[in-house]
Write a protein that binds this ligand. Structure first.
Ligand SMILES: NC(=O)c1ccc[n+]([C@@H]2O[C@H](COP(=O)([O-])OP(=O)(O)OC[C@H]3O[C@@H](n4cnc5c(N)ncnc54)[C@H](O)[C@@H]3O)[C@@H](O)[C@H]2O)c1
Length: 322
């Protein structure tokens, strides 16, 4: 069996493929048409974040499965895969812990004014600690989680550990599940008005693009900290900039951008009340190992051993002759 790996993955997945006698083609330069032509006879593709559209997919006549190294798949032409009955897999078991820990890190660092405290300490400002702006506990604060899937649920557990009030907006999840998880279902508007923290964990699509824009910022409390580790475009960046610049909200943590990578003169870079990370909330060593192995196992199990396949990982199962 031949498998293409588009983008660098942890060695654990490559070792696993080798143990299954797979011939591997690794490609890291996606502008090189020559190297992309080498994948025309692969049965499986593991893909990180590059765009994978019909122009490449249509050249792969033996392709049976595309395995995302991650859970979002807005970079893949799913319509084309469905038309050709090619499977699309995600690494559903891999990401939730790393991403939800990243959210906690951003919430804590922003709430506790960690960067300003560090700067003050290093600049001989120890005696001026009382001049720092107010900082806060998470204890008994309201967090609104938008999207109660794998990551939203993992975050809820961590927030409950900090004794926060966890509000959830997810119209596709039964309220009973939200309540039995120790959380409170709310409408979007109700949540927006009472949240001290909002964290976003839903997919980017036509319904969620600009979900948070100028009108929503008008509803928020002044002490709101907004975290987006889901996808750029769910929060409108201009509206976010204006809200932070005019102190309409307290702060934000952003791991994902409307355009990635963002331009060097991106206006959010000029603000102090925001933490920015380079779409790396799922890139802890543990998570990279899990995503690498799970994406490769999705391919092998789908092609060779369907009884071992985690069917929840196959996004378009109902479209396949399975
Ligand atoms: N920053 C990163 O590196 C990183 C890593 C992993 C995942 N992600 C992103 O995080 C997001 C969540 O991932 P997940 O694994 O938890 O996904 P998931 O599919 O398990 O959960 C998504 C949840 O969103 C809900 N939802 C969908 N549309 C909604 C809407 N309009 N309003 C409210 N709820 C809605 C669904 O019902 C579902 O419960 C995805 O966008 C994914 O791409 C980012």
């Amino acid at each position: 069996m031949k498998v293409a790996i588009l983008g660098k993955i942890h060695q654990d997945g490559l070792d696993y493929l080798k143990s299954q006698n797979v011939s591997i083609t690794e490609i890291n330069d996606f502008d090189d048409q020559n190297s992309l032509s080498k994948i025309s006879d692969v049965e499986g593709i593991v893909i990180r974040t590059m765009h994978l559209g019909e122009e490449i997919l249509s050249k792969c006549s033996k392709l049976k499965i595309v395995a995302r190294h991650g859970v979002g798949y807005d970079n893949i032409d799913l319509d084309y895969l469905n038309k050709k009955k090619i499977a699309l897999a995600i690494t559903g078991q891999s990401n939730a812990v790393s991403v939800s820990e990243h959210v906690m890190t951003m919430m804590l660092a922003l709430s506790k004014n960690i960067f300003a405290s560090d700067k003050l300490t290093r600049s001989n400002g120890f005696e001026y600690k009382s001049d720092l702006q107010d900082f806060f506990e998470l204890y008994e604060k309201n967090i609104l989680i938008l999207g109660f899937g794998r990551i939203g649920q993992a975050l809820a557990k961590r927030c409950l550990g900090f004794e926060m009030e966890v509000l959830v907006y997810d119209p596709f999840i039964d309220n009973k599940k939200i309540i039995s998880s120790g959380c409170k279902p709310v409408s979007k508007t109700q949540g927006f008005k009472i949240a001290d923290y909002i964290s976003i964990h839903l997919p980017l699509n036509k319904n969620t693009e600009n979900l948070i824009s100028d009108d929503e910022f008008k509803l928020f409390k002044k002490n709101l900290i907004l975290i987006n580790t889901a996808r750029g475009g769910i929060v409108n960046e201009s509206a976010l900039y204006n809200a932070l610049k005019s102190n309409k909200i307290l702060g934000a943590g952003i791991d994902v951008f409307e355009q990635e990578p963002p331009t060097q003169n991106h206006k959010l870079f000029s603000l102090e009340n925001i933490i920015l990370t380079p779409h790396n909330s799922a890139l802890t060593l543990e998570c990279r190992k899990r995503m690498s192995l799970e994406s490769c196992m999705n391919i092998i199990n789908f092609i060779n051993d369907k009884s071992s396949l985690n069917k929840n990982n196959i996004v378009n199962l109902s479209n396949l002759n399975f």
